[in-house]
Design a protein. Structure first.
Length: 398
């Protein structure tokens, strides 16, 4: 067997492949694609934590990590997810204040309103698509409200992000449409930042414009428009795609496990633990990329310096070394927290918000449609860089 993150199997049914990875090739080298992969829970956690050995500055997906001309992304790039300390910490502090548990609690009425509005628009329909009509539209509305994107532009942000991430099976590189979408998003966010500089606003963009950051040389400066623009691209993409896949995965998974759905419907207070189990069961991001700066041995194999390394989150979350009976879906499961939101310094800054959105959506979906029927044979999956899950989950309400 071979682990191929560009294959149909990876996007749609990777679980047997993951089991083989953990048991037979916990340090796997794909020679044809030029990367190494770790798949056991403890090994994945170690790679996340060891920022001295594994850098984020060489990219996050296979195309970036294996491209000779991608080069080292500068700490001044503004793409926080592609930074190492110390610049990573300096910039993360600027946005982390908007995502503390206390601040997220303040956003709960907004999340409930946005989810409620989308569900209300579907109230008279006998059938709809749980991703296209529900899980796709609402998360971008929430994150863009926090960031400060005008309401009329928010769904376009989602469409650009989808195009940017979409891949052809077998190719790690974005399509022409994806490149065009990336340029359009960059142009839009730069113009939005410039507009907010002229007309100050009480939102995240306004706060980032006013913020000061200490550079590596000790100088204190304001962020540039390009840095803020790249913040916006990162936050809106991550803040929408993760929740879209989480909710789509949840509707699909509960249809496959009606007994667990019955438990959730009998006790809606289990929504929080149900979200955690859905995240473990089908991680919205199945792998994260790093680049080895020095040799490191695992299980008798050495990952050499200068190698792309994939942290296979989807495999780690089902590692029997970490979880009892990991292939059983159990919304009251106990055990270590899954690593679907990453681990260490790059732990997802919006994890609290994503969990709130997931809990709210699950609670409201099954309150409004307790007998929701899912067409499991009609499910289609995305083929995207770093993101996994359904792109279509047809459902019937009657």
């Amino acid at each position: 067997m071979e682990f191929d993150p560009l294959s149909e199997e990876f996007f749609e049914d990777p679980w047997d492949m993951y089991r083989w990875l953990r048991d037979e090739a916990p340090v796997h080298h794909n020679e044809s694609l030029g990367f190494w992969a770790v798949s056991r829970y403890d090994d994945c956690v170690e790679v996340h934590r060891d920022v001295a050995t594994y850098t984020s500055t060489r990219g996050l997906n296979l195309a970036q990590l294996t491209s000779a001309d991608f080069g080292q992304v500068s700490d001044a790039s503004g793409m926080m997810i592609m930074m190492d300390p110390p610049m990573h910490e300096r910039l993360r502090k600027l946005v982390s204040r908007a995502f503390t548990p206390r601040r997220i609690a303040e956003w709960e009425p907004v999340v409930q309103q946005v989810v409620g509005d989308v569900l209300a628009s579907l109230a008279d329909r006998d059938a709809f698509d749980a991703v296209v009509d529900l899980a796709g539209p609402f998360p971008v509305e929430v994150i863009c409200s926090i960031v400060g994107v005008p309401k009329g532009d928010r769904q376009q942000i989602r469409h650009w992000t989808d195009s940017m991430l979409e891949l052809e099976v077998g190719s790690p590189f974005p399509s022409a449409a994806g490149i065009e979408a990336a340029l359009a998003l960059s142009e839009y966010t730069l113009a939005l930042v410039a507009d907010k500089r002229r007309q100050p606003s009480d939102d995240m963009i306004g706060h980032l414009i006013d913020a000061e950051v200490e550079r590596a040389d000790g100088e204190v400066e304001h962020l540039t428009d390009l840095e803020i623009s790249r913040f916006l691209s990162l936050l809106t993409a991550a803040g929408s795609e993760t929740v879209t896949k989480l909710v789509g995965n949840a509707v699909m998974t509960f249809a496959e496990h009606p007994g667990e759905l019955a438990r959730l419907q009998a006790d809606p207070s289990l929504a929080g633990s149900a979200v955690e189990e859905v995240l473990r069961w089908r991680a919205p991001s199945q792998y994260q990329g790093r680049y080895a700066l020095r040799d490191r041995a695992f299980h008798g194999q050495t990952i050499p310096a200068g190698s792309p390394v994939l942290i296979v989150t989807g495999a780690a979350n089902r590692d029997e070394r970490a979880y009892e009976d990991p292939d059983r879906f159990d919304i009251t499961r106990e055990g270590p927290l899954g690593i679907s939101f990453g681990h260490g310094i790059h732990y997802c800054i919006g994890a609290h918000l994503a969990r709130l959105e997931g809990r709210t959506a699950l609670t409201e979906i099954y309150r409004r449609w307790p007998d929701l029927q899912v067409d499991l044979d009609g499910i289609e999956y995305v083929h995207m860089a770093n993101v996994a899950g359904p792109k279509s989950v047809p459902v019937a309400t009657r």
